[in-house]
Design a protein around this ligand. Sequence first.
Ligand SMILES: Nc1ncnc2c1ncn2[C@@H]1O[C@H](COP(=O)(O)OP(=O)(O)O)[C@@H](O)[C@H]1O
Ligand SMILES: [Mg+2]
Length: 245
Amino acid sequence: MERKPRVETGIAGLDKMLSGGFIPGSANLLRGAPGTGKTLLSLQFLVHGAAVGEPGLLISFEEFPQSLQLDALSLGWDLRTLQDQGWLHLYFTSPQVLLKSLETPDSPLAELFIQKGIKRVVVDSVTHFTRLTNDQQELRSIYHKLVNAFKREGATSVLLAEEGRMEAQRTERGHLSFVVDTIIILRYVEIESAIQRAIAVMKMRGSDHVKDIRRYEIHKGGIVVTSTFEGRESILSGISHRVSR
Ligand SMILES: Nc1ncnc2c1ncn2[C@@H]1O[C@H](COP(=O)(O)OP(=O)(O)O)[C@@H](O)[C@H]1O
Ligand SMILES: [Mg+2]
């Protein structure tokens, strides 16, 4: 049986960690504190999609299109042109409206998927759904609805989630981690009084993946994943220390 090619993120180092990229049609969670680069990473995924002929959609509850366009421009990506050419669609809405449109087969959103042939979709951020209900079961069913709607359309999704100090330790409400196929986390790490950025793939259903924790940097041109944290332990706990030899 021939295996379908992976959906490249466009970040070479991350694609390597994912054994080539995301699995086509999978739902992928990207967690991290504010400022870690979730939105930029997801934009890079969409911009790369445009380059390989896969139309993308960014659903945002947070940033207005103008502000996203400016952020992207600072990294060298011209979203406006991609939008004009039909490779990229920005959809600014609320969690309530999004859920409604997923339930309605002839909603403008559902039509967008079909008419524009959306292959990559991003939701910035799914953390907003936690404010819709206090009921765990209901939240979980919202996550399922979201993920299944994208799978039904055959799109590969990236769901962004805000992670505060509390969420990192606490069992997450609605068990989003069980609903998604892949979990990637972005963290700040303090090493010798300097802040560095760390990325790790925590889970990948149906595939092998690199278990290392790696450094990444944000530059003009995009996110670059670099070396591992050699000789250091407890990187992800936030209390990194040198391994004594
Ligand atoms: N042009 C740039 N060059 C380098 N770093 C940048 C640039 N633009 C933004 N950043 C960095 O990207 C981070 C914000 O990324 P963003 O994707 O908005 O984070 P998040 O969505 O996780 O809150 C900030 O830490 C900022 O320092
Ligand atoms: Mg963001």
